[in-house]
Write a protein that binds this ligand. Sequence first.
Ligand SMILES: [Fe+2]
Length: 599
Amino acid sequence: MNILGINAYHANASAALVCDGQLVAAAEEERFNRVKYAAGFPAAAIRYCLKAGGLTLADLDHVAIPRNPWARAGTKLLYSLRMPRFARERAKAWVSFADIPEALAQASETDPKRIRARFHRVEHHRAHLASAFFVSPFDRAALLSADGMGDFASTMWAMGEGSRMRVHGSIAFPHSLGIYYTALSQYLGFCNFGDEYKVMGLAAHGQPVYLEEFRRILRGHRTGFRLGLDYFIHHRQGAEMSWRDAAKSPTLGRLFSEDLEALLGPARHSEAPLEQKHKDIAASLQARLEEILFEKLLSLHAQTGAKSLCLAGGVAFNCAVNGKILRNVPFERIFVQPAAGDAGLALGAAFYVWHEILRQPRSFQMRHASWGPGYSPCEIRRAIEEQRLPNGGFDISELAEDRIVENTARHIAEGDVVGWFAGRAEWGPRALGNRSILADPRRPDMKNTLNLRTKHRESFRPFAPSILAESVADFFETSHPSPFMTFAYVLRQQRRQALPAATHVDGTCRVQTVDRHANPRYWSLIREFAKLTGIPAVINTSFNDSEPIVCTPQEAVDCFLRTHMDVLVMENYTVRKVRSADANGAVGIASRRIWEVSR
Ligand SMILES: [Fe+2]
């Protein structure tokens, strides 16, 4: 039984293929069309999933689409009558979704008549909840999804047991934690789609001195929360959105009102300097989100009596909140799958069909994020040759796997910035040791080195460490796993100086815990680094430079050449830039060595 999930005409367009209850492939469209957060129709991601499963379009039994036009139809109609812009958006969406079978046939160059799959519509937040629970290690768990908005709801909570979910409640438009965070991020001058995580990083630099004001902006309510609507405009005139075009990143118009500026002062322009006041506002925004979420989770815990919790939706990417849940709410374990945001809808919709519609039992658990494309040694070698790297300025070698991890660990320990390309690309927005830039976390200057040479990003944002799963409790005040880098943990007092380049200003790290069985090669690399240095952790940041994470070997080589990484390791090939300083300190080519092969 083959089920294809598709998140189309929505930010983070994606596809996921589930065959007989097992996930076979999952990927975001942005990795293929190189447009960050790409919306539109995920044609390339679908082609990849079918190829990975060895299937054609005619082999699909079911297609799952995480959008249900009939969900909250009355409220949608009401707002359509009040807001012409909203009505136009609805009409456009209706036409796009009606054409999905045609778009699917076109994407795979198949006659539409050959499609025999049944099409299913799954409500947005049910797909979010399914994306977390049905791939989690839990048989019984409380479930919470929270985001900007989908199918006119922003929040949904449920109880998951075995292969069924029972929805307990939801919060509908216009109230939304996602809109709350996005609107305030815009107010702080972070206006690009997906900038909220930068504001989360900024929050640690401030104090929540505006908490009382924020309790008016986001208010408590018996169901969870309400927005102080005077401070927002989306409910009066709709939000100006563009996310139907696959060739462009989505954009979102202004969401906050003049009343917000009257309350907090003038909004910051994106080019203006960041003052302490802005950091304090970010801290207050974050603190109020935490208050509301902990209250909601306490009530969900009391209602369900569950020991485990699954989180989904864009809000579940707030690793600062996630890392504090177990200290504030009596859950014992939490699961957040790597594509917790809207890309994960494709995965959730497919598993929803398998379990909730086809009534099949659970047999799958997501233990790693390696669901994207992988490449053969031939393809990697070709990428190196096509860029003419063997012709000068680079030392290229091919080593056996045990030598590769030893050699790479030594480069990192010596202070090199290493591009690491191994196995299948990650599912979700985090590099998790397959398409990563790695560096030494012991060096206090490494954060600046990475920012200046490779990542070109805001100086207030922290880098994150990957740590051996068995060493987590030695370094952090918890042993809870964080395999997908979705939790920020507090470093133990005696370890505060151990990872200076990967520790945020508040003493936390956004940790990836690396399991020996889930990613053996990456685990071995970190273990080799620990043998050399005594520290079982490396800095892990995504392999990119202001673009989607690299997917193919060609993109990895291209990013390596554009930036100032020292070493590129692609499977068993190592490419090292060979440089020496001349008398004036300028960097030049010192020597070359071509295709040294040592096995
Ligand atoms: Fe969503």
